[in-house]
Write a protein that binds this ligand. Structure first.
Ligand SMILES: *[C@@H]1O[C@H](CO)[C@@H](O)[C@H](O)[C@H]1NC(C)=O
Ligand SMILES: *[C@@H]1O[C@H](CO)[C@@H](O)[C@H](O)[C@H]1NC(C)=O
Ligand SMILES: *[C@@H]1O[C@H](CO)[C@@H](O)[C@H](O)[C@H]1NC(C)=O
Ligand SMILES: *[C@@H]1O[C@H](CO)[C@@H](O)[C@H](O)[C@H]1NC(C)=O
Length: 378
């Protein structure tokens, strides 16, 4: 539309001016937040990752949540990986099976409460992880009785079904986390097993060039980077002090890193393991921009330090649009990992960002039906 086009041109001009001004500032100078417009706004490019598929919209890491991210036209499906006692990588966030999310099978077998590392795939498949809504946190979550936890293979197969026929550049991308915890090594298998099993699946499904491999446990990033340098790495960081200890960061001591702020030291550490992305929690207090007690963890200093060394910043998990706008327009982040991919992609499009096409609902429904049939999911 003509008018819209003119407005966009004007915005682009303003953005160009603002960016020129920012670049002219000496390193370390304070930036007027109003004047700072991310170069991303000019590129019209923003990543929107559906967190655990889109757990605000459907039970986390179930087919319905992944389907939501496709229907929204998210750039990335984000999910986690654990490994069963019989060695199968599955798509699940927690190291153990939580009663708030999954129900035991009618057979009487007790799987809830156990560690994934201690149960077989067939026990995992007996669980109903769709019947319960995580009500107080996710009041809009669609439930679906009988939804099964998926294997890593199955998520890729579902994605391949939805995106069959699209050129590689238009297919959805994946941001996949290895879920293990260095302080409690006996709760999962070790880092090398994660790297081997996950890389084998990336290769098998020919998605190596569409995967971002992320972890709070930087040992897995280091191993993946050394053994398979073609895999893009994302360094997850939590502002929680215990997660900033060397045990989580693959032995790196942030106090030994260069930089005058914690943010700069974190960026330097992530760069030193060849991570392409830095993915921190956006806030310090667990609240959104428009709520009491809000304090940012991701800020302009962090994003500029990352951009200076060609790293992208994609914070988790902004769930309000005020937060999204602050992160994108004030701080200049490259993307957002959100529980609400439908709302966030709609917002991003309305702001002029170019996102992938929304996938055809009939096709997604057919792929869902086929995937559920393979699992005897009710
Ligand atoms: C792991 O080991 C610690 C002590 O070595 C023990 O207290 C804990 O119960 C173990 N946890 C599991 C899940 O095996
Ligand atoms: C697995 O089960 C064994 C005994 O059956 C127990 O000692 C161990 O702590 C369990 N490990 C996990 C990760 O649950
Ligand atoms: C990072 O990448 C460079 C260039 O490919 C390589 O030489 C170096 O060994 C890598 N460093 C790590 C820690 O993987
Ligand atoms: C939010 O976090 C900051 C930094 O940790 C702290 O100073 C502040 O007191 C916190 N605010 C609330 C309301 O918890």
């Amino acid at each position: 539309m003509k008018v819209g086009g003119l407005v966009q041109l004007a915005l682009l001009g303003a953005a160009l001016l603002a960016v020129t001004r920012v670049q002219a500032l000496p390193v370390g100078a304070k930036v007027q937040t109003k004047a700072f417009v991310s170069p991303r706004a000019m590129e019209r490019h923003l990543e929107v990752h559906g967190h655990r598929g889109g757990r605000g919209e459907a039970n986390e890491e179930t087919l319905a949540a992944y389907a939501d991210a496709f229907l929204a036209g998210a750039t990335h499906l984000e999910w986690d990986v654990g490994i069963t006692s019989d060695g199968v990588p599955i798509a699940w966030h927690d190291e153990n099976i939580q009663a708030a999310k999954c129900l035991d099978p009618p057979s009487g077998d007790h799987v809830v409460g156990k560690y994934i590392a201690n149960v077989t795939l067939s026990q995992i498949k007996s669980l109903d992880c769709g019947a319960q809504r995580l009500g107080s946190d996710f009041m809009l979550q669609q439930t679906r009785k009988g939804a099964r936890i998926q294997t890593l293979d199955q998520v890729f197969t579902f994605a391949q079904c939805v995106d069959a026929g699209l050129p590689a550049a238009k297919k959805i991308r994946f941001n996949i986390e290895s879920k293990l915890s260095p302080p409690t090594p006996n709760t999962t298998v070790g880092p090398q097993v994660f790297v081997d099993k996950m890389y084998a699946a990336f290769r098998k499904h020919r998605v190596v060039d569409r995967v971002v491999f992320q972890s709070f446990d930087w040992r897995t990033l280091q191993l993946m980077g050394e053994q398979h340098p073609e895999v893009v790495l994302s360094a997850l960081v939590s502002s929680d002090a215990s997660y900033l200890e060397p045990i989580w960061l693959g032995g790196i001591d942030l106090n030994q890193q260069p930089g005058s702020t914690l943010a700069q030291r974190i960026v330097h550490a992530a760069k030193s393991i060849n991570a392409t992305y830095l993915s921190p929690n956006h806030n310090l207090n667990g609240t959104e921009v428009n709520q009491p007690g809000y304090a940012p963890f991701v800020d302009t200093d962090m994003v500029r330090a990352a951009h200076d060394v060609d790293m992208k910043v994609i914070p988790y998990t902004p769930d309000s649009l005020d937060t999204a706008e602050k992160l994108v327009y004030t701080h200049g982040v490259d993307g957002l990992i959100t529980d609400y991919p439908t709302t966030f992609t709609a917002w991003a499009r309305s702001r002029g960002f170019q996102l992938p096409q929304k996938r055809d609902v009939v096709r997604v429904q057919r792929c869902l039906k086929e995937a559920r049939a393979r699992d005897d999911e009710p």
